[in-house]
Design a protein around this ligand. Structure first.
Ligand code: DHE
Length: 687
């Protein structure tokens, strides 16, 4: 494999701002293309050189730059009127770099992009580390000057006199990857990228990456984004050390090829993987442990392919159990006795917490890629379904599977392929996102991401389930109950909406507009001093917490409206949490591209919720992610998500006293802990 260091140095003009020279005084006129084959004028030469520079740097992948083919990126600021923006910024006194005028500012933003970080990059604060810092090595001085001149005089429409290629590499017609490279990229895409962009790359949490889109960006621009990440949640795979520059380039090329279609999975294939390790008759009839098993925390050790069961009273790791690749979540049976753990590889493990030492009692694989699992919880006039069934929601193949809750025998597959909510177009990959069990009926609320439908699946006759399909909005992802557990609120993340379903009436009650890419986890329920009961979510794409009124009877004016926005130091939030007895709301910024913000958490005081009360870094490495309370609601646990191959920095859990915010303990040396699920709180949907 050839080394190409240039890839990670590519240009993203994210921080372009500028200095005060008191307005544009130059008279340079940018040329339009000349039909004659004469030598280019000096102005045409500048434009040509600028275009070469933009192309080399892949600037258009992140910026809108008028006149530059394909420059429609929205990750960085729109550069259409950058000179004016910079001029204002210089006048306002906000700027504190070294430049004295607009031209110097533009140059500085390319050669020393971190000299000054503007406070507004497309609605979010500009992040350190996003704009590559070594562009001066990539671009010639003449190209930099040409870019500066171009941006200073940005024309409405201008084209170079020498046409530049819009599609850098026609990879689809002449593949540039070896078989080994292709196989590597296919596997790694599936493991790391498909979750957000879709197996068929049609986009969801992340944008679509089909060849018609990726080929216009080109290898360099794609590689830049893959290596450096974006402030809206795309991880910086290169900077984190997951991809070398060479691997980044391979992935960028792979993305310009047609996506390979993975295989389906039938019931008999699932059954071949099914194992009952301890049959129900051989399991204890009452808890064999003297520990408070309802205060166990089931902790995902993501890169170890394990979960750790940790005693919430003593902080001891009771046992680590092998589960599946990159375990995603765990959910408890209605009684709390069983834990169902789902891995990204679609492997479902069932653990029995009543054994003296918790142990795995059954396992099965129901798909190649999965994120969600839930159980039957209903007990009432339609029957007692506690601990009877489980359901796994798959990403690939796009289906859900119903299983026996005691043995994990799979017996029913339901495809989720169908038609999108807005355009009624067939979608080949509508993936199953969050699933919750209704408290009012024998029903699961199944969120079908790409088609934007919320399915109410009645499991009273699970081999012949009835399904009510509720139209919501595209890219349904994660969500949680309101405090009464009647309304389910789910993020339609790329639609920038939260959908609210009334599970008693079985209907959509609202689609609430929010800032970019809401990501609540299960959200946080609390009582706002001004607006009454609310449910809150953080956002991947915006530095905000949004609170939605949830009390249609007591506070009808605020119900199902976004009533409050709290500003955080940065975007990239994954999880938010509170407890009914807590004075605080806790929030992370896990996917912020600034490493310090990624390990910073904030608390907001419920009594004074206009801004965060306090923010702090929980460790000097890794990312802070996901919160969970102990059973009593007196402590909150936060994960430090480190790197499996860095001894001493693999990860840990930090435990805080929820009243004083003082750190109480650390559980060190865990391999990449992410989600933590307290048995009592998960069974009772406390958040
Ligand atoms: Fe998650 C919940 C999907 C990335 C940790 N995640 C969920 C749910 C879905 C989902 C659909 C809701 C399950 C439910 O409630 O039934 N997650 C996805 C993705 O598609 C995505 C964006 C990309 C991917 O490839 O997986 C993604 N998730 C992540 C992570 O990177 C996290 C931080 C670490 C990891 O596991 O890789 C992560 N997701 C979690 C956690 C929850 C979760 C801890 C449960 C939160 C809760 O409190 O219930």
């Amino acid at each position: 494999m050839k080394r190409k260091w240039f890839l990670w140095t590519a240009v993203i003009l994210v921080t372009a701002g500028l200095a005060a020279c008191g307005g544009k005084t130059s008279t340079l006129t940018l040329p339009t293309p000349s039909a004659e084959m004469s030598a280019p004028t000096a102005e045409e030469a500048t434009v040509n050189l600028a275009f070469e520079g933009f192309k080399k740097g892949g600037c258009g992948a992140c910026h809108i730059i008028p006149g530059v083919p394909g420059a429609q990126g929205t990750l960085g600021p729109d550069l259409s009127q950058i000179a004016e923006v910079v001029e204002e910024r210089l006048k306002s006194g906000e700027y504190h770099g070294k430049a004295n005028n607009v031209v110097d500012y533009l140059r500085e933003s390319i050669v020393d992009p971190e000299a000054y970080l503007p406070s507004d990059c497309n609605g979010t604060p500009c992040q350190k580390g996003l704009m590559p810092t070594n562009l001066s090595a990539l671009l010639s001085p003449a190209e930099i000057e040409a870019i500066v001149q171009y941006l200073y005089h940005v024309p409405e429409k201008v084209e170079p006199s020498t046409p530049i290629e819009e599609v850098p590499d026609s990879i689809a017609s002449s593949p540039l990857l070896t078989e080994d490279e292709f196989a590597w990229a296919k596997q790694v895409y599936f493991e790391r990228c498909a979750g957000c962009h879709g197996t068929l790359r049609k986009g969801a949490t992340g944008p679509a990456l089909t060849p018609d889109i990726t080929q216009t960006k080109g290898t360099l621009a794609l590689a830049t984004i893959i290596f450096n990440g974006t402030p809206r949640g795309m991880p910086d795979w290169g900077r984190q050390g997951f991809f070398t520059p060479e691997q980044t380039e391979i992935m960028a090329k792979f993305l310009q090829m047609e996506p390979p279609s993975p295989p389906e999975m039938a019931l008999d294939q699932m059954k071949q993987t099914w194992k009952v390790l301890v049959p129900p008759a051989q399991r204890p009839s009452q808890p064999q442990t003297r520990r408070d098993w309802q205060n166990y925390f089931v902790v995902t050790l993501r890169d170890a392919g394990q979960v750790a069961i940790i005693d919430g009273d003593t902080y001891e790791v009771v046992v680590k159990i092998d589960t599946g690749y990159a375990v995603h979540i765990s959910r408890m049976s209605a009684t709390g006795r069983y834990v169902y753990v789902i891995g990204r590889d679609g492997r479902l493990s069932m653990l029995d917490l009543w054994s003296e030492i918790p142990q795995k009692v059954a396992e099965v694989q129901t798909c190649y890629d999965a994120r969600s699992v839930e159980v039957s919880k209903y007990k009432g006039e339609w029957g007692d379904f506690t601990d009877r069934y489980a359901i796994v929601g798959c990403y690939w193949p796009p289906h859900f599977v119903i299983l026996d809750g005691q043995t994990l025998e799979p017996f029913k597959i339901v495809s989720t392929r169908g038609y999108t909510v807005d355009t009624e177009e067939f979608h080949p990959e509508p993936r199953v996102a969050s699933i919750v069990a209704s408290h009012f009926k024998p029903e699961w609320i199944v969120n079908v991401k790409e088609i934007g439908q919320i399915w109410l699946v009645n499991y009273s006759d699970p081999r012949n389930p009835t399904i009510k399909m509720i139209e919501a909005a595209r890219y349904l992802h994660d969500g949680g109950w309101d405090a009464t557990k009647r309304y389910f609120l789910v993020a339609a993340n790329q639609s920038n909406k939260v959908a609210v379903v009334d599970t008693l009436e079985g209907k959509l009650v609202a689609l609430v507009d929010t800032p970019a890419v809401p990501h609540p986890g299960r959200g946080a329920n609390w009582v706002d001093p001004q607006f009454g009961p609310v449910w809150s979510t953080g956002h991947l794409g915006d530095a905000a917490i949004t609170s939605i009124g949830t009390d249609p009877l007591g506070h009808p004016d605020y119900a199902w409206k976004a009533v409050r926005e709290i500003t955080l130091p940065g975007a990239g939030s994954l999880f938010i949490k509170t407890h009914p007895t807590s004075p605080w709301i806790w929030v992370d910024m896990t996917l912020n591209s600034d490493p310090q913000l990624a390990r910073t958490i904030c608390v907001v005081a419920k009594a004074e919720p206009s801004k965060p009360y306090k923010c702090w870094e929980v460790a000097d490495y890794g990312r802070a992610t996901h919160f969970e309370y102990n059973r009593q609601g007196s402590e909150i646990w936060v994960s430090v998500w480190g790197a499996a191959d860095k001894p001493g920095q693999t990860g840990e859990i930090v435990i805080y006293d929820d009243r004083t915010l003082q750190e109480k303990a650390r559980i060190p040396d865990l391999i990449t802990p992410t989600g933590k699920f307290n048995v009592y709180n998960t069974v009772n949907d406390i958040y």
